[in-house]
Design a protein around this ligand. Structure first.
Ligand code: G3P
Length: 217
């Protein structure tokens, strides 16, 4: 399964890229608004670091505006993926941009019906928001299960990009269900390798080693 980081922070992206396990980046307007500098230049820097798919989202809500912004985002770098919202105009823009060979990530997906339309419109990625569904008392992972099943039934090539991951178990569950990608905030990626038994086990190994060295000295 691929792991993407969900942030606009170049510093955090560089730190995670240095781990050697990063496959791509997702951003959204809320995440990019937290950063200083020109957002196009920031996205270019991110592409240079990651050299994998980097999603940049349109802010237009009408078809013509989404196409205009989508073309502009795609020009930033060959790794850019245009993110469009799962609305009527978003589906139309997805079909048009995908038809031109521009990869599209359809975002803000909250139902299997929406995911089916995105795949039919040629989306390269569908982004179900699991955390936000959990927030309103539903099971976000049930949506992922449905999408994986539907896409498998019809051999859709759209990749299932599990978004709004709030903790390591979202990532583990996404992997169990056969999702293609999980995109996580930097803290969730850290939580994937941190384990209290690893920390305490390592502490004990090192203490025992020090004791042995002291006896020898
Ligand atoms: O980038 C989209 C998504 O991952 C946002 O997550 O935590 O704001 O629901 P969240």
């Amino acid at each position: 399964m691929k792991i993407f980081v969900d942030t606009g922070s170049i510093k955090d992206i560089q730190t995670i890229a240095d781990l050697g396990i990063l496959d791509g980046v997702t951003t959204n307007p809320s995440l990019l608004a937290k950063e200083t500098g020109d957002y196009r230049q920031n996205l270019k820097k991110i592409c240079d670091i990651v050299k994998g798919p980097v999603s940049g989202e349109v802010t237009a809500t009408d078809f013509a505006g989404m196409l205009r912004e989508g073309h502009d985002i795609a020009k930033i770098d060959q790794h850019m993926v245009v993110k469009v919202p799962l609305t009527r105009d978003g589906i139309k823009a997805c079909k048009a941009l995908s038809g031109e060979g521009i990869p599209v990530n359809v975002t803000l997906c909250f139902s299997p019906a929406q995911a089916l339309l995105a795949a039919k419109a040629g989306a390269s990625y569908i982004s179900p928001f699991v955390g936000r569904l959990d927030d309103i008392g539903t099971n976000g992972m049930e949506l992922v299960r449905d999408i994986v099943l539907i896409y498998d039934n019809y051999d859709f090539k759209t990749e299932v990009l599990v978004a709004s991951c709030r903790g390591p178990m979202h990532v583990v569950e996404a992997a169990r269900l056969g999702a293609d990608i999980a995109t996580c905030p930097p803290a969730v990626i850290d939580a994937l390798y941190n384990h209290p038994l690893t920390a305490s086990g390592l502490e004990k190994f090192l203490k025992d080693w020090e004791k042995m060295q002291a006896v020898k000295a």
